[in-house]
Design a protein around this ligand. Structure first.
Ligand code: ZN
Length: 270
């Protein structure tokens, strides 16, 4: 499931592929449940709009179309592919944006949990906490907010209103790196430990971006960037999906926090 790293990878690759300043000349919609308006209305609004910029805020991919924003949340199994004119639609390719550069921007999503919206403004993002890759994510406000929270630290890291972008994989990795048990309460973290966690989040995210994201699944549902090349970060994970702790070699423990499986080492993470 795409987190900040994977969406950032998609964004960067789209920009590198010269999608900016392309015009959307047509859209084919095969699954109307994914969009926030009627099919006709959606197409009418987006047709002939130019892609002026591509942004990522939290886990949202945002196309700035001048007086309109196209926002995409990939949720569990959403993917964006960039294909050339000769590409033939495959199973689960639900929305196809035709660009005036003869490229096709494909929205693929086997489980269809994703959402694609046209919005006049981005005020809905105000509910998000600071984005990990933005300047707003700084230790001072991180620690101030942290002290007010009552839920387990792992659950808090997944809460997008606390910080934006982190999901299950990188939350596990950051907690392992900072040697913090995922069930710990924020009030139990002293400033030094909180600083270690803050630093670990940044380290884990930057490393994963450098590795082109984490591709843990199989087949086309697995994360890949727009050219269907898988990321490499799954080969560099420390604790998530592991059976043995890389440090002390003891068994990795698996527990559910917020319905998500947390991987951690009871010995190394206190
Ligand atoms: Zn260990």
């Amino acid at each position: 499931m795409p987190e900040i790293v994977e969406v950032e990878t998609i964004k960067n690759d789209l920009i590198k592929s010269d999608v900016l300043s392309n015009k959307i000349i047509n859209v084919e919609i095969f699954a109307t449940s994914l969009i926030n308006s009627s099919k006709d209305d959606f197409i009418k609004k987006i047709k002939n709009k130019e892609i002026k910029d591509i942004l990522r805020i939290g886990k949202y991919l945002i196309f700035d179309l001048g007086d309109l924003y196209l926002t995409i949340h990939l949720k569990m199994t959403g993917h964006i592919f960039l294909k050339n004119k000769t590409y033939h639609r495959k199973k689960h390719d639900h929305i196809i944006f035709h660009l005036d550069s003869n490229k096709k921007l494909i929205y693929f999503d086997p489980r269809r949990f994703g959402s694609i919206s046209l919005k006049k403004e981005l005020s809905f993002l105000d509910k998000l906490g600071p984005d990990i890759l933005s300047k707003k994510f700084n230790f001072k406000s991180f620690y101030k907010d942290l002290k007010l929270k009552k839920q387990k630290i792992k659950a808090l890291l997944l809460d997008q209103s606390f910080i934006a972008g982190l999901g299950n994989i990188y939350a596990d990795e950051a907690l392992f790196l900072a040697k913090i048990n995922p069930e710990k309460l924020p009030s139990q973290l002293n400033p030094k430990k909180a600083q270690e966690l803050f630093n670990s989040i940044k380290i884990v995210i930057k490393k994963a971006i450098k590795n082109g994201g984490t591709s843990l699944g199989t087949g086309r549902s697995n994360f890949s960037s727009i050219d269907e090349v898988f990321g490499l970060n799954q080969n560099h994970l420390l604790i998530h999906t592991k059976k043995t702790c890389p440090k002390c070699k003891r068994d990795v423990k698996k527990i559910k926090i917020n319905q998500r499986t947390s991987h951690f080492c009871k010995n190394c993470q206190k």
